[in-house]
Write a protein that binds this ligand. Sequence first.
Ligand code: DGL
Length: 251
Amino acid sequence: MNKDGKIGVFDSGIGGVTVLKEILKILPDEEYIYFSDSKNNPYGDKTDEQINCFCENIVNLFIEKNCKAIVIACNTASAKSAKHLREKYPNIPFIAIEPAYKMVYDYSYNGSTLVMATKGTIESEKFNLLYHKYDNHKTTLLPCVGLADIIEEGNKEKIREYLVNHLGQYKGKIENVVLGCTHYPLIQDLIEDVLGKVKFYNGAPYLAKHLKDVLTENNLISTCTTKGNIEFIDSSNSTKKEERFFKIIKA
Ligand code: DGL
Protein backbone atom coordinates (compact mmCIF):
# COMPACT_ATOMS: atom_id res chain seq x y z
CA MET A 1 0.00 0.00 0.00
CA ASN A 2 1.32 3.43 -0.78
CA LYS A 3 0.48 6.89 0.56
CA ASP A 4 -0.74 8.11 -2.76
CA GLY A 5 -3.24 5.33 -3.24
CA LYS A 6 -6.95 6.12 -3.09
CA ILE A 7 -9.57 5.42 -0.46
CA GLY A 8 -12.36 3.16 -1.70
CA VAL A 9 -15.79 3.69 -0.13
CA PHE A 10 -18.80 1.51 -0.93
CA ASP A 11 -22.45 0.91 -0.15
CA SER A 12 -25.36 -0.87 -1.79
CA GLY A 13 -26.38 2.53 -3.18
CA ILE A 14 -25.88 6.19 -2.45
CA GLY A 15 -26.49 5.90 1.33
CA GLY A 16 -22.75 5.70 2.02
CA VAL A 17 -22.52 9.33 0.92
CA THR A 18 -23.45 10.17 4.53
CA VAL A 19 -20.25 8.42 5.61
CA LEU A 20 -18.05 9.96 2.92
CA LYS A 21 -19.26 13.44 3.90
CA GLU A 22 -17.96 12.90 7.43
CA ILE A 23 -14.68 11.53 6.09
CA LEU A 24 -14.17 14.57 3.84
CA LYS A 25 -14.46 16.86 6.86
CA ILE A 26 -11.30 15.44 8.39
CA LEU A 27 -9.48 14.02 5.37
CA PRO A 28 -10.13 16.65 2.69
CA ASP A 29 -6.98 16.07 0.67
CA GLU A 30 -7.28 12.36 -0.03
CA GLU A 31 -8.47 10.91 -3.33
CA TYR A 32 -11.64 8.78 -3.22
CA ILE A 33 -13.53 6.23 -5.27
CA TYR A 34 -17.17 5.77 -4.28
CA PHE A 35 -18.90 2.59 -5.47
CA SER A 36 -22.70 2.43 -5.39
CA ASP A 37 -23.85 -1.15 -5.95
CA SER A 38 -27.35 -0.27 -7.11
CA LYS A 39 -27.48 -3.29 -9.42
CA ASN A 40 -27.54 -5.52 -6.34
CA ASN A 41 -29.43 -3.42 -3.80
CA PRO A 42 -31.02 -3.74 -1.36
CA TYR A 43 -28.38 -5.67 0.59
CA GLY A 44 -30.70 -5.80 3.62
CA ASP A 45 -32.54 -8.94 2.51
CA LYS A 46 -29.65 -10.82 0.85
CA THR A 47 -27.86 -13.89 2.22
CA ASP A 48 -24.35 -13.71 3.72
CA GLU A 49 -23.00 -15.60 0.69
CA GLN A 50 -24.53 -13.13 -1.76
CA ILE A 51 -23.20 -10.14 0.15
CA ASN A 52 -19.72 -11.70 0.42
CA CYS A 53 -19.73 -12.13 -3.34
CA PHE A 54 -20.88 -8.52 -4.06
CA CYS A 55 -18.27 -7.17 -1.65
CA GLU A 56 -15.43 -9.26 -3.11
CA ASN A 57 -16.18 -7.92 -6.59
CA ILE A 58 -16.07 -4.34 -5.30
CA VAL A 59 -12.87 -4.93 -3.33
CA ASN A 60 -11.16 -6.49 -6.38
CA LEU A 61 -12.05 -3.40 -8.40
CA PHE A 62 -10.75 -1.09 -5.65
CA ILE A 63 -7.47 -3.02 -5.52
CA GLU A 64 -7.11 -2.78 -9.32
CA LYS A 65 -7.67 0.96 -8.99
CA ASN A 66 -4.88 1.34 -6.44
CA CYS A 67 -6.83 1.75 -3.20
CA LYS A 68 -4.77 1.88 0.00
CA ALA A 69 -7.75 1.50 2.36
CA ILE A 70 -11.39 0.46 2.03
CA VAL A 71 -14.36 1.88 3.90
CA ILE A 72 -17.42 -0.35 4.17
CA ALA A 73 -20.03 2.44 4.28
CA CYS A 74 -22.91 0.00 4.63
CA ASN A 75 -23.96 -1.42 7.99
CA THR A 76 -25.37 -4.55 6.40
CA ALA A 77 -22.20 -5.35 4.46
CA SER A 78 -20.09 -4.57 7.56
CA ALA A 79 -22.20 -6.85 9.74
CA LYS A 80 -22.12 -9.72 7.29
CA SER A 81 -18.84 -9.46 5.40
CA ALA A 82 -16.22 -7.38 7.23
CA LYS A 83 -14.69 -10.43 8.94
CA HIS A 84 -14.62 -12.42 5.70
CA LEU A 85 -13.01 -9.53 3.76
CA ARG A 86 -10.34 -8.95 6.41
CA GLU A 87 -9.42 -12.64 6.28
CA LYS A 88 -9.41 -12.80 2.49
CA TYR A 89 -7.48 -9.54 1.96
CA PRO A 90 -5.11 -9.27 4.96
CA ASN A 91 -2.92 -6.61 3.33
CA ILE A 92 -5.50 -3.90 2.98
CA PRO A 93 -7.07 -2.06 5.93
CA PHE A 94 -10.89 -2.25 6.09
CA ILE A 95 -12.76 0.35 8.10
CA ALA A 96 -16.32 -0.77 8.75
CA ILE A 97 -19.36 1.19 9.93
CA GLU A 98 -21.59 -0.23 12.66
CA PRO A 99 -24.73 1.03 14.43
CA ALA A 100 -23.69 3.54 17.13
CA TYR A 101 -25.41 1.60 19.90
CA LYS A 102 -22.46 1.83 22.30
CA MET A 103 -22.91 5.63 22.29
CA VAL A 104 -26.36 5.20 23.81
CA TYR A 105 -24.77 3.12 26.58
CA ASP A 106 -22.12 5.81 27.10
CA TYR A 107 -24.30 8.92 26.90
CA SER A 108 -27.95 8.07 27.51
CA TYR A 109 -28.17 4.73 29.27
CA ASN A 110 -31.56 5.53 30.79
CA GLY A 111 -33.13 6.74 27.58
CA SER A 112 -35.75 4.80 25.62
CA THR A 113 -34.07 3.83 22.39
CA LEU A 114 -35.07 2.81 18.90
CA VAL A 115 -32.49 1.07 16.71
CA MET A 116 -33.41 1.43 13.05
CA ALA A 117 -31.49 -0.83 10.66
CA THR A 118 -31.99 -3.34 7.88
CA LYS A 119 -33.30 -6.82 8.71
CA GLY A 120 -29.87 -8.17 7.71
CA THR A 121 -28.05 -5.98 10.23
CA ILE A 122 -30.49 -6.63 13.07
CA GLU A 123 -30.34 -10.39 12.58
CA SER A 124 -26.55 -10.51 12.16
CA GLU A 125 -24.27 -12.13 14.70
CA LYS A 126 -22.03 -9.02 14.77
CA PHE A 127 -24.88 -6.68 15.70
CA ASN A 128 -26.24 -9.12 18.27
CA LEU A 129 -22.91 -9.24 20.07
CA LEU A 130 -22.90 -5.43 20.24
CA TYR A 131 -26.53 -5.27 21.31
CA HIS A 132 -26.19 -7.79 24.15
CA LYS A 133 -23.01 -6.14 25.39
CA TYR A 134 -24.59 -2.67 25.65
CA ASP A 135 -28.29 -3.46 26.09
CA ASN A 136 -29.96 -0.73 28.20
CA HIS A 137 -33.18 -2.79 28.51
CA LYS A 138 -35.14 0.11 27.07
CA THR A 139 -34.40 -0.60 23.46
CA THR A 140 -36.63 -1.56 20.56
CA LEU A 141 -34.95 -3.11 17.52
CA LEU A 142 -36.78 -2.11 14.37
CA PRO A 143 -35.92 -3.88 11.11
CA CYS A 144 -36.92 -1.29 8.50
CA VAL A 145 -37.57 -3.61 5.57
CA GLY A 146 -37.69 -1.66 2.31
CA LEU A 147 -36.84 1.75 3.79
CA ALA A 148 -33.35 2.05 2.25
CA ASP A 149 -34.94 1.22 -1.09
CA ILE A 150 -37.40 4.08 -1.03
CA ILE A 151 -34.74 6.50 0.24
CA GLU A 152 -32.68 5.40 -2.74
CA GLU A 153 -35.65 6.22 -5.00
CA GLY A 154 -35.88 9.64 -3.34
CA ASN A 155 -39.68 9.94 -3.24
CA LYS A 156 -40.35 12.05 -0.11
CA GLU A 157 -44.06 11.25 0.05
CA LYS A 158 -43.44 7.51 -0.02
CA ILE A 159 -40.81 7.88 2.71
CA ARG A 160 -43.18 9.95 4.85
CA GLU A 161 -45.92 7.36 4.47
CA TYR A 162 -43.53 4.53 5.38
CA LEU A 163 -42.38 6.37 8.50
CA VAL A 164 -45.91 7.20 9.62
CA ASN A 165 -46.88 3.53 9.26
CA HIS A 166 -43.81 2.07 10.93
CA LEU A 167 -42.77 4.70 13.50
CA GLY A 168 -46.11 6.31 14.32
CA GLN A 169 -46.69 4.06 17.33
CA TYR A 170 -43.47 5.35 18.97
CA LYS A 171 -44.38 9.05 18.73
CA GLY A 172 -43.38 10.90 21.91
CA LYS A 173 -42.07 7.68 23.53
CA ILE A 174 -38.48 7.62 22.22
CA GLU A 175 -35.44 9.64 23.34
CA ASN A 176 -32.68 8.05 21.25
CA VAL A 177 -32.67 6.87 17.67
CA VAL A 178 -29.73 4.84 16.40
CA LEU A 179 -29.38 5.32 12.65
CA GLY A 180 -28.16 1.80 11.88
CA CYS A 181 -28.21 2.11 8.09
CA THR A 182 -26.17 4.67 6.19
CA HIS A 183 -29.22 5.76 4.16
CA TYR A 184 -31.13 6.94 7.26
CA PRO A 185 -29.19 10.15 8.09
CA LEU A 186 -30.62 11.45 4.78
CA ILE A 187 -34.12 11.42 6.33
CA GLN A 188 -33.44 12.59 9.90
CA ASP A 189 -35.84 15.51 9.51
CA LEU A 190 -38.65 13.21 8.33
CA ILE A 191 -38.02 10.79 11.21
CA GLU A 192 -38.32 13.69 13.66
CA ASP A 193 -41.52 14.85 11.99
CA VAL A 194 -43.06 11.51 12.99
CA LEU A 195 -41.37 10.79 16.35
CA GLY A 196 -41.02 14.30 17.75
CA LYS A 197 -37.70 15.61 19.09
CA VAL A 198 -35.15 12.79 19.53
CA LYS A 199 -31.39 12.44 19.81
CA PHE A 200 -29.77 10.75 16.81
CA TYR A 201 -26.76 8.43 16.98
CA ASN A 202 -24.77 7.96 13.79
CA GLY A 203 -21.50 6.01 13.63
CA ALA A 204 -20.11 7.94 10.64
CA PRO A 205 -18.12 10.67 12.49
CA TYR A 206 -16.41 7.96 14.58
CA LEU A 207 -15.64 5.89 11.53
CA ALA A 208 -14.04 8.97 9.92
CA LYS A 209 -11.83 9.50 12.95
CA HIS A 210 -10.91 5.82 13.03
CA LEU A 211 -9.99 5.91 9.32
CA LYS A 212 -7.68 8.86 9.95
CA ASP A 213 -6.04 7.00 12.87
CA VAL A 214 -5.53 3.86 10.76
CA LEU A 215 -3.96 5.85 7.90
CA THR A 216 -1.72 7.72 10.34
CA GLU A 217 -0.58 4.54 12.13
CA ASN A 218 0.24 2.88 8.81
CA ASN A 219 1.97 5.96 7.43
CA LEU A 220 -0.60 6.18 4.65
CA ILE A 221 -1.79 9.80 4.84
CA SER A 222 -1.51 11.26 1.34
CA THR A 223 1.31 13.68 0.61
CA CYS A 224 -0.27 15.18 -2.51
CA THR A 225 -3.19 17.53 -2.23
CA THR A 226 -5.86 16.15 -4.52
CA LYS A 227 -8.47 18.28 -2.76
CA GLY A 228 -10.90 15.44 -2.18
CA ASN A 229 -11.31 14.22 -5.77
CA ILE A 230 -14.08 11.64 -5.97
CA GLU A 231 -14.58 9.13 -8.74
CA PHE A 232 -18.19 7.88 -8.62
CA ILE A 233 -19.06 4.43 -9.99
CA ASP A 234 -22.55 2.96 -10.00
CA SER A 235 -22.94 -0.72 -10.88
CA SER A 236 -26.01 -0.04 -13.00
CA ASN A 237 -24.48 3.06 -14.61
CA SER A 238 -27.20 5.33 -13.26
CA THR A 239 -26.46 8.97 -14.06
CA LYS A 240 -29.41 9.96 -11.87
CA LYS A 241 -27.67 8.40 -8.86
CA GLU A 242 -24.46 10.17 -9.73
CA GLU A 243 -26.22 13.54 -9.89
CA ARG A 244 -27.96 12.95 -6.56
CA PHE A 245 -24.73 11.77 -4.96
CA PHE A 246 -22.80 14.91 -5.91
CA LYS A 247 -25.73 17.13 -4.94
CA ILE A 248 -25.62 15.64 -1.43
CA ILE A 249 -21.81 15.87 -1.26
CA LYS A 250 -21.91 19.57 -2.16
CA ALA A 251 -24.88 20.45 0.09
N1 DGL B 1 -27.02 1.42 3.44
C1 DGL B 1 -27.06 0.06 3.82
C2 DGL B 1 -26.80 -0.10 5.30
O1 DGL B 1 -26.16 0.74 5.90
C3 DGL B 1 -28.15 -0.87 3.46
C4 DGL B 1 -29.16 -0.64 2.46
C5 DGL B 1 -29.64 -1.89 1.77
O2 DGL B 1 -30.46 -2.64 2.31
O3 DGL B 1 -29.14 -2.09 0.67
O4 DGL B 1 -27.19 -1.08 5.88
